[in-house]
Design a protein around this ligand. Structure first.
Ligand code: DAH
Length: 315
């Protein structure tokens, strides 16, 4: 009988066999009914047989149930060769990616990251930068004015001043952050971002500035070489001031940044002796650089939340 139980392969067959043994007229049922006619030894043997058979049925039932379950799982097995359904994975914002690149490069040159408040006072945003209240250059920055002589920071140059307030030199810093001006078109957003650099020390010259900017641009745009054009320019906080253009795709000159040697008045405003220390500063649009890198023609794409644009950089 044990052998027979082991050979059964379905639950239905097992049930039929079980009924033939333990059912109303089952072989075992009948034998158990006749037990009273047996001697003690025979009774004990029958009891053992009875228990062993029940156990055998139970075990076979578990085995068959497991086999059925495994066969089911086998059928559901994942087909790893199927293409997965496309998922919407999150990506980093292109500005975040380009900031990571910019920071990595500038830090490798020894510039340390500094920040400052977006609501800035008149002193840090203008006056200390050699742009007192009567200065016509203030007109160039369409400023959002706030009460108590505060403004929405129009330029990260304010972070230069904050760094010089903290340290009397030498200083090698870069500042990043949001800046605000009342302008709005494809290349201007009322909120945009700037990166500022400052290097104050002894015997620092314009060639140091140009060398750093050249390597910076090569690394940022992954180019073997960049062609630069240096034009004289005017900023109240530099003397001399320059603008740096870069040759783009072999034919166009693009204005990349403003820069210059820090004006002695700016150093004096921060209690740094211009006879002891000199240095250069530079400032550029972080969004603008990212637009060039990712081929965006409209700055507003960075801010409108359309994930198709935002995915371009994060891949
Ligand atoms: N702050 C200037 C602007 O927003 C950019 C700039 C020019 C920054 C010359 C500098 C600099 O540090 O030396 O247009």
């Amino acid at each position: 009988m044990q052998e027979q139980i082991r050979n059964v392969n379905t639950l239905e067959e097992l049930q039929t066999l079980y009924a033939s043994v333990f059912g109303k007229n089952g072989t075992m049922t009948i034998r158990l009914k006749e037990m009273k006619n047996l001697d003690n030894e025979q009774r004990a043997a029958l009891n053992l047989e009875n228990t062993a058979l029940r156990e055998a049925f139970k075990n076979r039932q578990i085995e068959i149930e497991n086999a059925v379950m495994m066969a089911g799982l086998e059928k559901q097995k994942l087909d790893m060769t199927l293409n997965p359904e496309s998922e919407n994975f999150g990506t980093l914002h292109p500005l975040t990616c380009s900031l990571a690149d910019i920071s990595y490069i500038l830090e490798s040159f020894g510039y340390e990251l500094r920040t400052g408040p977006e609501i800035e006072d008149d002193w840090h945003n203008f006056t200390a930068l050699n742009t007192p209240s009567y200065h016509p250059a203030r007109d160039m920055q369409d400023t959002f004015f706030l009460p108590n002589d505060n403004v929405m920071r129009t330029q990260t140059s304010a972070i230069q001043i904050r760094s010089m307030d903290e340290s009397k030199g030498p200083i090698k810093m870069f500042g990043i952050g949001a800046t605000y001006r009342k302008e709005m078109d494809a290349t201007h957003s009322p909120m945009f971002h700037q990166i500022e650099g400052l290097n104050i020390g002894k015997n620092i010259t314009m060639s140091d500035l140009i060398a750093d900017i050249r390597v910076f641009l090569q690394k940022f745009f992954n180019l073997d070489n960049v062609e630069l054009r240096i034009r004289p320019s005017y900023f109240p906080f530099t003397e001399p001031g320059i603008e740096i253009d870069m040759k783009w795709h072999g034919d166009k000159w693009l204005e990349i940044m403003g820069a210059g040697m820090v004006h002695p008045n700016v150093l004096r405003n921060c209690n740094i002796n211009p006879d002891e220390y000199q240095g250069y500063a530079f400032g550029f649009g972080w969004d603008r650089l990212a637009m060039l890198k990712y081929g965006f023609d409209d700055i507003r794409k960075f801010y409108d939340g359309d994930i198709r644009w935002l995915k371009m950089a994060g891949k």
